[in-house]
Design a protein around this ligand. Structure first.
Ligand SMILES: Nc1ncnc2c1ncn2[C@@H]1O[C@H](COP(=O)(O)OP(=O)(O)OP(=O)(O)O)[C@@H](O)[C@H]1O
Length: 879
């Protein structure tokens, strides 16, 4: 009994003090933390105070001796920290490291703070490095900089070290030595990278410069042709003495202060030039209209012509407008105001000539693959599969930015007059006309005079086109959302849109899109970069030689510049056999193919069918994985996988995007019909969420190629020039593509909008360089394997099982079967992500090898080996 009591009391004793034990270290930490913090602050205060009071206190400290001074000297001191403060500051500053000692106080305070909070509020250990450099280097530097002052800037350490160094290498040598030591610490020890700072400084300087002079060239050289500079395409004249325009707000637009720019032209660009020309339409001085340089009194307003909205603006507001327009990018805006009164027709033109609004090239993030950032602590990074993979560099692409096209003012003027005259001959008067010069075409935007019905212009579309007699005129009546009528007239000199410029644009480099593709430039020169993942599939058509292959290359190159091999795979189908073969070099990096297939670029129709079906299986498998992970799309799934919330043991893996590219769809449909159409339609309907996207190109956009089912599932369409209006209707549901001018001129229908673009140009040698660059790097052991698919007409079923040519996974499957003692085909399918046929074939081989017994209906087969050892021996004998 007594014993029992004893045990109980022992137990109580063991348990009871527990909270006290828990509390103790916490309290101790609290006390230590507060102490550290206070000591640090005290030292800092003492040192700061020392800077002003050192003269008053120094004698006392020196004469009494330190301990005596602190403990027994009763004379008043000036230091805020009293005698202790004065003594400490004396030791740290005078006898120590000078003013740099402040860092010691700060560091101690930070240390105390960390203890107090029980966590790393300030990374003190990291700051130890800084502390050491401050103490070791700053003290001599201070002494070197203030050599003969009575205040001990560098303390005793500073004096001793500088004396020594001066003796050793002289003053100049000491200076250089200190500089190198400081540089060594800064760049080598702390790996200080000043480039971002320099870049930021440069950017700020640029911003300041452009804020001060947004139209620098113009202001410097009014009314003169601006000499060509890189990245600038259009030259013209300027409105002299333009005040620095203030940013214009949406409100300003609403108030009608300035003309709202084209929606698409909202970004980039710098003002280049502006000119207003006024003249009487009927007067012989019409030559003075000539756009750029014969500018007559730009500020002079003809009061009689004061009928347009623009005329109601003050000069300043007009400059605003010009600035805005230039800022917003497009190109030339030519305003032509015709008075409604026919009695005294007057014209007013204002030309706003704006630089090529190429978006500024961004920092070379692409070149270093910098956009794939594996943040600290990010648990899984698919890029680590190929950690040394280098993204293709921009210098692999040709620099075409200097292939600038001169703005042909005569052409502009001629077209403008022709448009006005043609419309007038049909009894259509116009209020205003402006022109936006794009890379391939110029868009003349017309505001008809009051009372003119747009439908009238629309009905006269063909006649107007005939009268204008220019090739490839397209009339857009009205331009959606603008209330104006657009007439697109091809430029005599067309500009090539540089892929390199597009890929180096800030928009592309800093894009957050999943699959960004740089397609080209809009008519207002804005870069057109879209996310293939949101498109989500793209149908591309165009007659032969109009730029389809270049378009496909532009898309593929954009993706290659942006995605890591672990993030993206292409399935390439090329019935023409020559267009995509160039990409075979990147098989082990970016291509996907059927298992046991030799060629990754599929040219054979039968294999195309298998591949499409394999993609369907992959899609189904991915849906299974998504379902199991409780996610709705690939993005959520991958995020979950990356944060290691999905177990790879259960078949989860990082899912790369898969982009299927078919270069000639008509060929396939003609030879395989439904067999191709069905899986394509299925993929187009469902594959988006699991990251499978389709790009399908065809020369023949006829209804038997682009069937209703296909069309319904491809909301994004891209048309190069086609030969007939009916083809344009098939692809775009509207005419227009037959009026394109070829060589990459295209219409893109995405959502509700139809845009005219000039496709970015990337030549075959450039693509070759890019794929060589990638191909030379270490890749995966083989191409990405799609699941197995075999057609119904598979004749291998009746074949004798061939144990000599065993499947690559035979041994792994054998081990799995023996380890799990489960001879089921579905087990193999699940664990190795195999298609049913391949798993079945391996199971047949296992049976033929005597590892499993014969099939037993729906039940798993018997496993005839029971230990790993037995199996390994057997596998060795198989060789
Ligand atoms: N975006 C572009 N900018 C400038 N020129 C282009 C552009 N696209 C195509 N071209 C010119 O047109 C030629 C034919 O282009 P491409 O080979 O892409 O045509 P295609 O439609 O693929 O023809 P096919 O169907 O016969 O293969 C190119 O060699 C090039 O000279």
């Amino acid at each position: 009994m007594a014993n029992k009591k004893k045990t109980t009391s022992k137990k109580t004793a063991a348990v009871a003090p527990q909270p006290i034990n828990d509390q103790r270290p916490r309290k101790l930490k609290l006390a230590l933390g507060i102490l550290g913090l206070l000591v640090g602050i005290f030292i800092c205060l003492a040192i700061v105070s020392y800077c002003v009071s050192w003269r008053a206190d120094q004698d006392k400290v020196l004469t009494s001796g330190l301990s005596n001074f602190i403990l027994h000297d009763h004379t008043p001191v000036a230091n805020w920290g009293g005698r202790l403060g004065a003594a400490l500051a004396h030791v740290f500053v005078f006898k120590g490291v000078g003013i740099a000692a402040l860092a010691i106080g700060l560091w101690i305070a930070a240390f105390g703070l960390n203890i107090l909070y029980g966590k790393k509020v300030v990374p003190v250990l990291r700051y130890m490095r800084w502390l050491s450099i401050v103490l070791l280097v700053l003290a001599p530097v201070m002494t070197y900089l203030f050599p003969h002052t009575s205040f001990a800037w560098g303390g005793a350490w500073g004096n001793v070290s500088i004396d020594y160094l001066n003796g050793l290498v002289g003053k100049a040598g000491t200076g250089m030595l200190l500089l190198s030591v400081a540089a060594f610490f800064a760049f080598v020890v702390f790996a200080l990278d000043i480039r971002p700072l320099l870049q930021r400084a440069k950017r700020t300087a640029n911003k300041v410069t452009s804020a001060i002079a947004p139209t620098p060239v113009n202001e410097e050289m009014p009314n003169e042709i601006v000499p060509p500079v890189k990245g600038e395409r259009i030259r013209s004249t300027v409105m002299p003495e333009v005040d620095v325009p203030q940013p214009v707000t949406e409100k300003d637009w609403d108030m009608g202060l300035v003309e709202k720019p084209a929606t698409g032209a909202a970004k980039g660009g710098t003002a280049m030039a502006l000119a207003n020309v006024h003249e009487d339409e009927d007067a012989p001085e019409i030559a003075q209209h000539e756009i750029p340089f014969d500018i007559e009194e730009p500020h002079e307003e003809d009061e009689e012509t004061d009928i347009s909205e623009a005329d109601m603006l003050t000069e300043e507001e007009k400059e605003y407008q010009a600035y805005l327009a230039t800022k917003n990018g497009s190109t030339v805006i030519l305003n032509h105001d015709i008075p409604a009164k026919k009695t005294q027709p007057k014209q007013e033109f204002s030309f706003e000539v704006i630089t090529q609004p190429d978006e500024a090239p961004a920092a070379p993030a692409i070149e270093h693959g910098g956009h794939i950032s594996i943040e600290d602590g990010e648990p899984y990074a698919p890029e680590l599969d190929l950690p040394n993979y280098k993204f293709p560099t921009l210098d692999l692409l040709e620099d075409r930015t200097n292939e600038v096209i001169q703005l042909d003012k005569e052409e502009l003027e001629k077209n403008k007059n022709q448009i006005i005259n043609t419309l007038r001959s049909f009894g259509i008067e116009i209020q205003r006309i402006s022109a936006t010069v794009g890379p391939t075409v110029t868009l003349y935007e017309i505001v008809p005079a009051e009372g003119v019905r747009i439908s009238k212009i629309r009905n006269l579309e063909d006649d107007i086109a005939l009268n204008l007699a220019a090739l490839g005129i397209r009339i857009i009546a009205p331009i959606p959302g603008r209330g104006t009528i657009g007439i697109e007239v091809p430029n005599a000199n067309k500009q090539i849109v540089s892929m390199r410029a597009l890929l180096s644009s800030e928009k592309f480099v800093n894009t957050k899109m999943s699959l960004p593709i740089a397609l080209g430039k809009k008519i207002d020169n804005e870069n057109y970069i879209v996310d293939l993942a949101t498109m989500p599939h793209l149908l591309m058509a165009g007659a032969t030689g109009q730029g389809k292959s270049v378009g496909i290359n532009a898309i593929l190159v954009s993706l290659l510049y942006k995605k890591h091999p672990s993030q993206l795979k292409f399935v390439m189908v090329d019935p023409k056999k020559v267009e995509l073969s160039i990409y075979r070099l990147i098989e082990k990096h970016f291509l996907a193919k059927l298992p046991n297939e030799e060629e990754a670029i599929i040219t054979d129709t039968k294999k195309v069918i298998y591949t499409l079906n394999a993609l369907c299986i992959e899609m189904d498998n991915r849906y299974e994985l998504l379902k199991e992970a409780g996610t709705r799309n690939i993005k959520e799934y991958n995020e979950k996988f990356i944060s290691r919330r999905l177990n790879p043991e259960r078949g989860h893996k990082y899912l790369p995007f898969i982009v299927l590219v078919v270069d000639e769809f008509a060929d396939l449909i003609m030879t395989a019909g439904k067999e191709v159409e069905v899986p394509i339609a299925r993929l187009a309907q469902l594959a988006r969420a699991v990251g499978i996207h389709l790009i399908i190109a065809t020369q023949r956009p006829s209804v038997n190629v682009i069937t209703g089912t296909i069309k319904a599932n491809f909301p994004a369409r891209m048309a190069f020039k086609v030969s007939a209006k009916v083809d344009s209707r098939t692809i775009l549901d509207t005419g227009g593509a037959e009026q394109l001018v070829g060589r990459g001129d295209m219409l893109v229908s995405h959502g509700s909008e139809l845009l005219r673009l000039q496709c970015a140009f990337v030549d075959t040698p450039e693509v070759e360089h890019i794929v060589e660059f990638i191909g030379k790097q270490r890749g995966y052991p083989s191409a990405f394997e799609l699941p197995e698919y075999e057609g119904d007409d598979d004749d291998s079923k009746d074949k004798v099982v061939d144990l000599v040519n065993r499947d690559k996974l035979f041994e792994d499957c054998a081990r799995l079967v023996v380890q799990s003692q489960n001879g089921s085909t579905s087990n193999l399918q699940r664990r190795f992500n195999l298609g049913y046929n391949r798993a079945g074939r391996i199971m047949d081989q296992l049976e033929a090898a005597g590892i499993v017994g014969p099939a037993m209906g729906s039940k798993p087969r018997d496993v005839l080996f029971h230990t790993d050892g037995e199996l390994e021996q057997f596998l060795e004998t198989l060789g």
